[in-house]
Write a protein of this length. Structure first.
Length: 184
């Protein structure tokens, strides 16, 4: 083995741990940044409130919402109930030009979902999400077909705080329980 080849190998062996440490430091910083941006959406069907809480437990946002017209946990498509449990954001759609017919004889309503539709991963059900509204007076009530509806301006504030896979926790209302304490 020549001295030059031996010196090259020696330098590689000396620099390898440094390069590995630099890579690990970059990876650690990226993970830390993701954690610092981590938020949870907490929706209380009892209070009809949506809260955004960061990884430190700080409340970043608390706004009124409308939830499913009927009390209880979602049992089947079309039951007008908001599902309860732990879900994740599966997609964020731009929905400003979406239309919806609420079946009230008024036909399709433009802008019914507001500027965004935050689709939730709700196993067994499709089309459940968090979205804006054309009817702000419905906030704080039971008025939806199962989605969570909020003011369009609040939705605009929410979008930068979340990402795909954000955890969404939807808690039940006390009206969901009968006199014996059992849910229905």
């Amino acid at each position: 083995m020549t001295n030059r080849f031996r010196n090259i190998i020696l330098w590689v062996l000396l620099l390898l741990p440094y390069c590995g440490c630099a890579y690990l430091w970059q990876w650690y910083q990226a993970q830390l940044q993701q954690m610092q941006n981590a938020t949870v959406i907490l929706i209380s069907k009892q209070e009809k409130q949506l809260r955004v809480i960061n990884f430190r437990g700080d409340e970043l946002m608390c706004v009124p919402v409308a939830v499913g017209l009927n009390p209880g946990d979602k049992q089947k498509q079309g039951d007008m109930k908001t599902p309860e449990g732990v879900f994740t954001v599966s997609n964020i759609h731009i929905s400003g030009d979406w239309k919806h017919d609420f079946g009230d004889g008024k036909g399709e309503v433009e802008g019914a979902y507001g500027p965004y539709f935050i689709r939730l991963n709700t196993p067994g059900y499709t089309g459940i999400g968090i979205h804006g509204t054309h009817l702000p007076s419905s906030l704080g009530t039971r008025a939806t077909e199962g989605c969570i509806r909020l003011n369009n301006a609040d939705l605009e504030r929410l979008i930068p705080l979340i990402s795909l896979s954000t955890v969404v926790i939807i808690t039940p209302s006390s009206i969901n329980f009968n006199a014996s304490g059992r849910s229905y």
